[in-house]
Design a protein around this ligand. Structure first.
Ligand SMILES: *Cc1c(COP(=O)(O)O)cnc(C)c1O
Length: 483
């Protein structure tokens, strides 16, 4: 009998089988080409198992979330949802908290970027599954676009893995390098996603400190002291969210040196690689070493202002094949969800070559002038210490808590700031760095200005002069009093 007929029989019996079976008991389907005795035996065993399970623990609904899912937390969401906020109804809300540059409409994707997607749809060529690493032509495009990351400049398209956003790129890298019980070194302050991706799996994150007084360079001694035989990778985020700092070549070489001495691969979150302000330059860490393997994670999200398109990638830099079977593992990871969105893959070659430089310059111009404006206004505010960023789209602002004794900590500070002034900043705790708050620089500049004036007013209201200030003022007011 031809197999197609066989299949027809199977489907037919399947339908009859389910219709004739009283609801609640499993339907037994007997394809006519299977040993019936064997099937009965298996069915019998399955039913026994079900009965036993029912008697033991199935007396009621007892669905449980998996350990992984229950141990996965997004710190920003948790902290923000727990805040007690009640914006001042007299003042319009200014959210300086949201890391999505598209929400205010002042920053838009380039026409060329969007047209590339229209053409991808119209071609009808990108509706099917792609290779799990991504279509060849799309990977060739990313390889060319990223050639500056490689000594020698040539990247093999097999070294490119297309992912659903940079987040999924980071997830694949971490999961292919680290097992339960191992640890990954991540920056503090740092993007909370690293923690979200690892904790449920029992992979430990160990925080190395970034030092605000040194332009947010890593504390190399402390970093090196964290490394042990279970350290799977060093994760660096350059330029940094939330700091907006950009590591120079010298500092990157220091980090590479540590990795070389400890045989540690680097996961480089370089999603902001092109978001660098005039006067600074981003150097890809992979361009500085052949010795240390680097998995560089990037994507369209920030530079092209299309976070919702979920297109990111991993570039594997491993010239001496030191990642061994971790590369097989990494490629296996792609099989879990069968690759990323193919419509955007189809558009990638055009997006990456046709979006004009003037567009990128315009976006950087907005970010930079917002950074300068916010810095200038906040620098004058007593009790605050803004740190001028060199890139990315954020600014960290230190808060001198001795000067604000009524405000307990950074979360309390941002709560009261919303309640009084309807300006919402993210507390540093979201990035493991209490004592600071982070603002985004992607909002319209009129909003930045208004927000900074309100922050200044808030700080003036809560600012507590110290004894010396009071003595000086009293002396001026009442020169006859002798202290
Ligand atoms: C925004 C961001 C990402 C995530 O990018 P997606 O492409 O949206 O997944 C990764 N790392 C950092 C540091 C980010 O700020």
């Amino acid at each position: 009998m031809p197999s197609s007929v066989d299949n027809e029989d199977y489907k037919f019996q399947n339908r009859i089988g389910s219709r004739n079976t009283p609801s609640g008991s499993p339907s037994v389907v007997v394809p006519n080409n299977i040993d019936v005795a064997q099937l009965e035996l298996e069915t019998h065993q399955a039913q026994n198992f079900n009965d036993a399970a029912t008697m033991k623990c199935r007396g009621a609904w007892m669905v449980k979330g998996s350990a992984l899912s229950l141990n996965t937390h997004n710190r920003i969401r948790n902290i923000v949802e727990a805040l007690k906020i009640n914006p001042n109804p007299q003042k319009s809300m200014i959210p300086l908290s949201i890391g999505d540059p598209t929400i205010f409409g002042n920053l838009k994707a380039a026409d060329e970027t969007m047209k590339a997607v229209l053409r991808s749809v119209e071609s009808c060529k990108f509706n099917g599954y792609a290779h799990t690493q991504g279509h060849e032509a799309s990977r060739v495009a990313v390889a060319k676009y990223s050639a500056h990351q490689r000594i020698g400049g040539e990247i093999d398209p097999n070294d490119i893995v297309l992912c659903s956003g940079c987040s999924s790129a980071l997830e694949y890298c971490i999961l292919s390098l680290a097992d339960r019980g191992q640890n990954v070194l991540v920056p503090r302050p740092g993007f909370c996603l690293y923690h979200t991706l690892t904790e449920g799996l029992g992979i430990e994150v160990r925080y190395y400190d970034l030092l605000p007084e040194l332009n947010w360079r890593a504390d190399l001694k402390q970093l090196e002291s964290l490394i042990d035989e279970n350290t799977a990778a060093l994760l660096i985020n350059n330029p940094s969210n939330p700091c907006g700092s950009v590591f120079d070549k010298e500092h990157l070489l220091q980090l590479v040196d540590i990795c070389e001495r400890h045989y540690l691969p680097i996961i480089a979150d370089e999603i902001y690689e092109h978001f660098v302000f005039p006067g600074s330059r981003h150097v890809a860490v992979s361009s500085l070493t052949r010795e240390v393997p680097v998995l560089s994670c990037g994507g369209l999200t920030k530079r092209f202002l299309v976070p919702g398109w979920r297109m990111g990638w991993i570039i594997i830099h491993d010239q001496y094949k030191r990642l061994g079977n971790a590369i097989i593992g990494l490629k296996n990871m792609c099989g879990r969800i069968l690759g990323s969105n193919t419509i955007i893959q189809g558009a990638l070659p055009e997006i990456l070559t046709k979006t004009p430089q003037s567009y990128f310059d315009g976006v950087i111009g907005v970010l930079y002038s917002n950074a300068q404006l916010a810095y200038k206004l906040l620098k004058q505010v007593r009790g605050l210490n803004p740190i001028m960023p060199d890139g990315a789209m954020y600014m960290m602002i230190g808060i001198c808590f001795e000067r604000f004794p009524e405000l307990k900590d950074d979360t309390n500070f941002v709560e009261e700031l919303v309640n009084e002034q309807s300006v919402f900043c993210l507390p540093g705790s979201c990035f493991e760095f209490a004592g600071y708050m982070r603002i985004v620089l992607t909002v319209p500049s009129s909003m930045i200005e208004e927000a900074c004036l309100r922050i200044a007013e808030f700080c003036e209201v809560h600012y507590k002069k110290d004894i010396r200030d009071q003595i000086e003022e009293n002396l001026l007011d009442n020169p006859q009093i002798n202290y």
